[in-house]
Write a protein that binds this ligand. Structure first.
Ligand code: MSP
Length: 646
């Protein structure tokens, strides 16, 4: 059987349900899995729950529940929540399952028979929060280095001779530059080992909860020793067939559980038993909120599905797209070396900038212009060199990022092709080519669609449902084969494109800020009086009179400054099947780049007028800013081209 590409997440303590911090690790693993599948690998993606610790037992007691009933309930929540975030795991292991018990006991027996386990007395501190033993000298102000309460324990236990593996571990790290990523964290691990590895206490007095030590029911296996073995238990080891899974290609985790556990204890255990080590361990950084790690115990949790639900409500995007937007946010900010900070504002900003403005606009503009200029079908023409290069560059940047598990850089590479596409549209200006009857038009349109098709493939591991939506608007089946990204065959000429359907309606961020309004203080500058205030006397008109004003939705195709004026911009605006030249005094507030592709509200039955000698065949509607500047009115979400406005 061909070796599967084996990806693991840590198994989660079942004392609470997932939050955006824990979801980060699982999302990173899911993006890796989806990317590898697109590259043709057969993937085995494992996640699960860690259920045997003191922490879990005490959480059950606190909840007044039987531990088994408690872990069944919370573990089921993890299993349900992950698919809700489109996490596609292949196996879900629980450490209370018989298959896990059997493997842990077998592991213990082998290490014992090889002389790596001995009996002794443990005396020291124990941190239930992180299920870690600490020496007096490790404590900071009487607490664990993570700030958790510690308790003193003195017990007769079993010890694992980890000190014996220090040299072998250092040699392995040295010989395998990608064993621990990122590089900075590898250096931390190396100095931790060089400070001297201590033997590890690997059992606790049996509290009636946990995996009994084989041959000694008075003890249970220490929860970290037990939990780490889950990765091998899921392969079926020691039963035949495990070699098709083990070793894992990548084990994803947060930095807090890398040095002491995954990069020292775990490889030493594997060396002791005689199993190969995982190829790569990735220890990403944390997501912080209010200056602290997001965690249940700190009470600062954000549930990813709630975030998605709220986004769908506020923006009007579909539930599926909202979930993808949360996935995109987590991938794009995935902290590698340094911690990242979660704020609602940053989440909204990324949604509006990267998804609504960049991706959403690129899709709408490309499709709308294809309908306008090349009959709504994929043209049969050569792709321009700059588009070919942009796609190749984004793809190779993405691959290089994923080779080092830098999911954040991969997300940026995917958006790179979208940003290129928007600039390409602005500079190649298909509307101008159409007007001039330039023969390059079909090539330019095909180049745009090529970028869009590539973007669909590149975003797929991160935003699978959005990628499906882009493919469907292109009238094409999903692009799921990585090698075909950028390939001519992925964009068959003649296929009919759908009318653009906006995926990411913009969030109105001014609304959200309202509750934050502060009382003005004496030192604040008074707000300047608007140029036109609502209380200025207005002449009453009848509905019939108002109906005489014909307002329509248009889209700006071209924008250029009017020579000799620092206020005026000349625009070419399509209004359904009509096209108008409009001169507007908005240059102070908008650049050509801001305007091209934007939907605007146009008064279409205003008598044409000449401004600075240039004819204007309509007027754009705008709100007047406090300084007299223009704030263009725009439909709250994409409106049908040429739609009437009342
Ligand atoms: N049960 C152990 C893992 C055993 S693996 C053999 C455990 N569980 S945990 O539920 O506490 O944490 C699981 C993972 O979530 C860890 O990788 C941890 O780093 C990650 N995170 C928890 N909160 C996080 C943030 N706020 N930010 C980033 N990662 C976070 O440890």
């Amino acid at each position: 059987m061909a070796k599967k590409y084996f990806i693991t997440t840590p198994i989660y303590y079942v004392n609470s349900v997932p939050h955006i911090g824990t979801a980060l690790t699982t999302l990173a693993a899911d993006v890796t899995a989806r990317y590898q599948k697109m590259r043709g690998r057969e993937v085995f993606f494992l996640t699960g729950t860690d259920e045997n610790g003191t922490k879990v037992k005490e959480a059950a007691e606190k909840a007044g529940k039987d531990p088994m009933a408690f872990v069944d309930e919370i573990s089921a929540k993890f299993r349900e929540i992950w698919p809700g975030l489109y996490i596609e795991f292949d196996d879900f292991i629980r450490t209370t399952e018989p298959r896990h018990f059997a493997t842990v006991q077998e592991f213990f027996r082998i290490l014992q028979s090889k002389g790596h386990i001995y009996s002794g007395t443990y005396e020291g501190w124990y941190d239930v929060g992180s299920e870690t033993f600490f020496k007096e000298t490790d404590l900071v102000d009487g607490k664990s280095p993570d700030g958790n309460e510690v308790r003193w324990v003195k017990e007769d236990n079993y010890f694992f001779r980890m000190s014996a593996f220090a040299d072998q571990l250092l040699a392995h790290i040295e010989a395998n530059p990608k064993f621990i990523l990122p590089e900075s964290r590898k250096n931390e691990v190396v100095s931790f080992i060089k400070q001297g590895l201590r033997d590890v206490c690997i059992s606790r007095t049996n509290p009636g909860w946990g995996i009994p030590v084989p041959g000694d029911e008075s003890q249970v296996v220490y929860v970290w020793f037990d939990a780490l073995i889950n990765y091998v238990a899921a392969t079926g080891w020691p039963k035949p067939g495990w070699e098709a899974y083990w070793p894992a290609e990548v084990e994803w985790m947060g930095k807090d559980i890398l040095t002491r556990f995954h990069a020292t204890l775990w490889p030493a255990m594997l060396m002791g038993v005689g199993l190969p080590l995982p190829e790569t361990l990735v220890g990403h950084s944390w997501l912080l909120m209010g200056g602290e790690k997001i965690s249940k115990s700190k009470g600062n949790v954000v549930a990813p599905l709630d975030l998605a639900k709220e986004l769908a409500e506020r923006s009007g995007c579909s539930d599926a797209v909202a979930i993808d937007a949360v996935r995109y946010y987590m991938a794009a900010i995935l902290p590698i070396e340094t911690d990242a900070v979660f704020t609602n504002d940053e989440f909204d900003r990324k949604y509006n900038n990267d998804l609504a403005n960049d991706l959403g606009n690129a899709l709408n503009r490309s499709l709308a212009m294809s309908h306008k200029f090349v009959g709504g079908a994929i043209p049969d023409a050569a792709v321009e060199a700059q588009a070919v290069e942009a796609v190749a560059l984004a793809k190779s940047r993405y691959e290089a990022a994923m080779a080092d598990f830098r999911v954040n850089d991969a997300a940026d590479a995917a958006l790179g092709v979208v940003r290129f596409l928007n600039k390409y549209i602005d500079t190649r200006a298909p509307w101008a080519l159409a007007k001039a009857g330039d023969p390059a038009l079909p090539s330019v349109m095909r180049s745009m669609l090529t970028c869009l098709r590539a973007a669909e493939g590149l975003i797929r591991p991160i935003m699978p449902k959005t990628a499906d939506e882009v493919a469907s608007q292109l009238g094409l089946p999903a692009l799921t084969d990585w090698d075909r990204i950028g390939d001519e065959s992925s964009l068959p000429a003649g296929v009919a494109l759908l009318q653009p359907k906006p995926i990411f309606p913009r969030l109105d961020l001014t609304k959200k800020d309202e509750p934050k309004k502060m009382e003005p203080t004496k030192t604040q500058t008074p707000t300047p009086k608007p140029a036109l205030t609502p209380d200025e006397p207005a002449i009453e008109i009848s509905i019939e009179e108002f109906a005489k004003v014909k307002l329509k939705v248009g889209r700006v195709l071209e924008a250029e400054p009017v020579e000799g004026s620092d206020k005026l911009v000349k625009l070419q605006v399509v209004i359904g099947s009509d096209r108008r030249q409009i001169v507007a005094g908005i240059r102070k507030n908008y650049t050509a780049e801001d305007l091209i592709g934007r939907q605007v509200i146009v008064c279409v039955n205003l008598k044409p007028a000449k401004l600075r000698g240039v004819e204007s065949q309509g007027m754009l509607l705008a709100a007047i800013d406090t300084d007299g500047g223009a704030i263009l009115l725009q439909p709250e979400r994409e409106a049908p081209e040429g739609a009437g406005v009342r």
